[in-house]
Design a protein around this ligand. Structure first.
Ligand SMILES: [Zn+2]
Ligand SMILES: [Zn+2]
Length: 261
């Protein structure tokens, strides 16, 4: 089995217009899209994002006929504790190859649209990683923690030392992931578009220090041009950290595969 990108969006996500074919045409590898589910609170003027599971399943079945069964099924779960039951109800009885776990908002505001003036970084990080710990504890069914630095994208020049202030929380998150059998995603969009590459060096070592050995490298592409964004660099980074295997998830089962040369 060969490694493939495990975080992609299509028009089945509200923030993408991309077609499956534009990913499929770029390689002979399996293609798995991970479409959004996000619930919002009443304080947020935002409609819930609920995937069209029927339409998605139908489309995947059609494409699998044409493309040699290369399509897998995925979902990106925007977790909030308040919505944990609704999320589980949605997932019940549905078949996904891979489930990503994300923390996109805190019930008041999204983490991409933070007002920098409102909160200092340290307070923000404690809140954000606190929500992440709650997520991994309450969503053991998820396979991968996506973009662990998502909540930092709204701040410029976050340093490793800033994360070290929250190291206790991060260790608890990573220990929980190891006991849940969850992988840590290297989100190349975060690394190379949001310049958080250096934060991943820290996270990889910290995850390893508690026994973590499951890693994915994914582009989080919303357009086909970002498919496998920066993969070479990310693969080299992992090798530099002494890691030689990645994991892919199929029917929720982790398979270790070599890092492509
Ligand atoms: Zn996301
Ligand atoms: Zn995504």
């Amino acid at each position: 089995m060969q490694y493939y990108d495990q975080h992609l969006h299509t028009y089945f996500s509200p923030d993408s217009k991309e077609e499956f074919e534009n990913y499929l045409s770029q390689s002979e590898l399996p293609v798995v899209t991970t479409e959004h589910i996000d619930f919002y609170s009443q304080n947020q003027s935002h409609d819930d994002v609920i995937p069209d599971y029927e339409g998605y399943s139908k489309k995947i079945a059609e494409l699998n006929q044409k493309f040699n069964n290369r399509l897998l099924r995925g979902i990106e779960i925007g977790f909030t504790y308040a919505d944990r039951d609704k999320i589980e109800q949605f997932l019940a009885g549905k078949d996904y190859d891979i489930k990503l776990l994300s923390i996109h908002h805190n019930g008041r505001h999204g983490f991409m649209t933070l007002n920098h003036d409102v909160k200092d970084l340290k307070t923000h990080l404690e809140e954000y990683f606190g929500l992440m710990l709650e997520a991994v504890r309450n969503a053991p069914y998820a396979n991968v923690l996506a973009h662990f630095d998502f909540g930092l994208r709204g701040y410029d020049n976050v340093k490793v030392e800033d994360l070290q202030d929250s190291e206790e929380l991060l260790l608890q998150i990573f220990e929980t992931m190891v006991s849940n059998g969850q992988a840590l995603e290297l989100n190349t969009r975060s690394m190379y578009r949001y310049d958080n590459d250096h934060l991943y060096d820290y996270a990889i070592d910290l995850f390893k220090s508690v026994g973590g050995d499951m890693f994915t490298v994914s582009s989080d592409a919303h357009v086909a041009g970002d498919y496998q964004l920066g993969f070479e660099e990310a693969f080299n980074k992992l090798r530099n950290h002494g890691i030689n295997k990645l994991v892919v998830f199929q029917k929720g089962i982790a398979h270790y595969v070599d890092i492509p040369q």
